[in-house]
Design a protein around this ligand. Sequence first.
Ligand code: TXA
Ligand code: MG
Length: 338
Amino acid sequence: MENTVLLYDSAEDILTASKLIRKGNVVGIPTETVYGLGADALNPEAVKKIFKAKGRPADNPLIVHIYKIEEADKLGHDIPNIFYRLAAIFWPGPLTMIVPKNDIIPAETSGGLDTVGIRMPSHRVMRELIRLTGPIAAPSANRSGYPSPTSAAHVMNDMNGKISAVIDGGESRFGVESTVISFDDENTVRILRPGSVTSEMLMEHADNVIIDDAILNDIAEGREAPSPGMKYKHYSPQADVKIIDGDFENFCIYVNNNQGINTFCLLFDDDDTNKINCRYVTYGSDSSQQAHNFFAKLRELDSLNADRIFVRPPQKDGVGLAVYNRLLRAAGFEVIRV
Ligand code: TXA
Ligand code: MG
């Protein structure tokens, strides 16, 4: 067990974090999507420590975070033009693009794949950290399988004693992880994980945008996952999560008839809570608010010892699709229609 130091967003603390990472340590880092566990992307021994701290399967690759576009050319090869066009529009920001990897990326970082996911984050502290350090590999900073952290306190909760430090850079702005895409060909974008760069936004800049099947469905029997993360159970709090899809009247009837001992509802801010005979928390009234709050609310429900959570699902377009994808995974893809 090492003592996890809490750092702040001062120049001095960012420099301290950079030195820790350059020496091969793991640091909890703020980004605009969720908090990450950062290590030197080119140092296999450092990267192994990330997998150990998270309890993450070794075949699940890490995203490499860069400071400027030229670094992408060092990390990957045969990069299609559309990569640069999308980078010019959406970077720095919550978009990860997968390209064939160069040898300088160790197999530990890429989970043994011959590709690498690259992202240029926009969070001020994270940018400064990468500028000082070089490319940083970082998955979300949760214990593997649990909800992603959107504050330094969440990271401390999961990682205290397992990593060298955490930088507190405030609450994550978006609250869901980056959109992950690959390229089927020069004009076809495949969305492997939806995020705050939405399919609607990508469609304005690519001829074809495919939403991979695994975003709304469990990975089909016999199909190799295009992204290893799709294979694993994800984002689950301790409680049993149930999606109750239908209008609010029917949601209330269902919940009022199916309560257990420690049942909670996860509702919209503007739902009429007089109609519900159950404890509840709310997670916003539009998709961006719901994205911002979703993981934090799952963690809050854990701390309330919820054993069952009935959730009002978000919209299934725009940023709502990103939230719905996380919710489906937390619920094991089961939807109760009312
Ligand atoms: O917003 C984010 O992306 C955050 C912050 C810290 O940047 N990071 C993050 O990393 O969410 P992680 O490891 O929790 O999720 C990355 C996902 C995983 O499902 C992984 O399987 C997939 O992206 N992925 C990474 N590299 C890939 C590759 N080369 N091919 C296919 N999928 C890849
Ligand atoms: Mg993750």
